[in-house]
Design a protein around this ligand. Structure first.
Ligand code: SAM
Length: 432
């Protein structure tokens, strides 16, 4: 490509609004090069970006541009288009480096998506070379679309190729809409679109940068949960298990025993003082009713008043207490606990809420006590991702948050969760 300064080297033709191949010179904006069109007619366009062309020179001569009638002009456009398609030998051959000059820009560089959501990704594509680009022929020019992690790390989604919507003439630009589907796993991704000429030439090798867009992919909006509204819509007298997860009452009873055993394995004893944050309908309270001695103490808190009323009516031992808590504070002062459980709570709280609740746990934790909590972690997440239906964490980011709260963490076990995520169970103690 030969860049040209604005110059009077090419005298303005009397018919400068038409180029010899029949399309309006106005559509050739953004170019700053000499264009060799279709290998037949030569013309030069000297243009500043975004300005009208200042001169056209064509070997085909003014002869072809002398028709003024719009119908004749249209007919000429149409005829020359047909001719170009027919006379396009270069589309069957690799483009020269001079013809692989261009610009590819994503019109959005950040977007929020739901898992598996279809969306239109708009790009602006300029052909700054001297030959047309087409997705037809033996060496088609295509757009290669790839998803990677936010840091560029490869994932198991193979790249896909998309044809250009139409022929893109030398010196012209167009907007390209790509209809794409977001990955099904939550995470922070980089969506990269690159120009490529098949079979194996990449425009990036000739200076055309890929167009990147960073996408935060969250869970589907319809899976979001508003716990207060959710409780208000339930008849807890008839079904108190579904609202906290288990599908049946038997599952609720079984899970209660499993969760109790987790805590015992970590050091819970019958005389312990335990704080159960987000106690729900009392899954842990039910299991501990027959376990804690009279010297032990159980306090359950939840942000849903319906859950607290239900528990107060159902678990009636004198050393069992239930209280409503605000989303980020715990309504307790002047007492500490040997065990503080956040069972399936941080899986539903946003990062700032989790940080504040960890601070509350630190405040209420006895010197030799421990906190038990589970979170979803995913290597695809940069920090946190998701909504109250499910929040996923980057493990290291979560651990940094725990350390900032003055606690040290130990992952005691983990189980696979959806796609690439895991459910990790932690034991936190005061930092030395
Ligand atoms: C999935 S349920 C788990 C209930 C119980 N921990 C269990 O293991 O069965 C989540 C509970 O956490 C409660 N919750 C959510 N965010 C909370 C918060 N910021 N403070 C207290 N409770 C919260 C919800 O109201 C709901 O009862």
């Amino acid at each position: 490509m030969l860049p040209l300064a604005r110059t009077s080297r090419f005298p303005r033709s009397p018919d400068a609004d038409l180029d010899p191949i029949g399309h309006s010179a106005v559509s050739c904006r953004r170019s700053g090069s000499i264009h060799r069109a279709a290998g037949v007619n030569y013309h030069a366009t000297v243009i500043d970006h975004g300005k009208e062309p200042t001169a056209d020179l064509h070997r085909g001569g003014p002869r072809m541009a002398s028709h003024r009638s719009p119908i004749v002009r249209r007919l000429r456009h149409w005829a020359s288009d047909c001719l170009r398609v027919w006379q396009r030998p270069h589309l069957n051959a690799p483009l020269s480096p001079f013809d692989m000059q261009g610009r590819l820009v994503a019109l959005k560089t950040l977007c929020r998506l739901e898992a598996r959501q279809w969306f239109t990704h708009w790009l602006h594509l300029s052909n700054l070379g001297s030959a047309d680009w087409s997705s037809r022929g033996k060496c088609p020019v295509v757009l290669s679309v790839s998803w990677t992690l936010h840091n560029g790390e490869a994932i198991d989604l193979p790249p896909r190729e998309y044809a250009l919507p139409t022929l893109l003439r030398a010196g012209e630009s167009m907007r390209v809409p790509l209809s794409l589907q977001a990955p099904e796993a939550m995470g922070d991704y980089r969506l990269r679109v690159e120009l490529r000429q098949r079979p194996e030439r990449w425009f990036r090798e000739f200076g055309v940068a890929p167009a990147d867009c960073y996408c935060a992919v969250s869970a589907r909006a319809r899976d979001d949960i508003d716990y207060q509204a959710f409780y208000a819509a339930q008849d807890l007298g008839r079904n108190y298990w579904l609202v906290v997860g288990p599908q049946t009452r038997a599952d609720f009873d079984r899970l209660a025993q499993v969760k109790k055993q987790h805590l015992i394995d970590l050091g819970l004893h019958p005389d312990a003082r335990i704080l159960d944050v987000g106690c729900g309908t009392g899954l842990l309270a039910q299991a501990l009713e027959g376990y804690l001695s009279d010297r032990g103490r159980y306090v359950g808190t939840d942000l849903a008043p319906q859950a607290i009323e239900f528990c107060q009516a159902r678990y009636r031992r004198p050393n069992f207490h239930f209280q409503v808590n605000e989303p980020t504070t715990l309504p307790l002062v002047d007492e500490t606990f040997d065990c503080i459980a956040f069972y399936s709570v941080f899986t539903h709280t946003y990062a700032d809420e989790t940080a504040l609740l960890l601070g509350e746990a630190k405040r209420l934790l006895a010197p030799k006590g421990f906190v038990f909590a589970d979170v979803f972690t995913s290597p695809r997440v940069e920090r946190t991702q998701g909504h109250r239906g499910a929040i996923e964490w980057n493990l290291h980011h979560f651990l940094r948050l725990v350390a900032l709260a003055g606690l040290s963490a130990q992952c005691v076990f983990s189980t696979p969760w959806q796609q690439h995520a895991e459910r990790r169970f932690f034991r936190f103690v005061h930092r030395e």
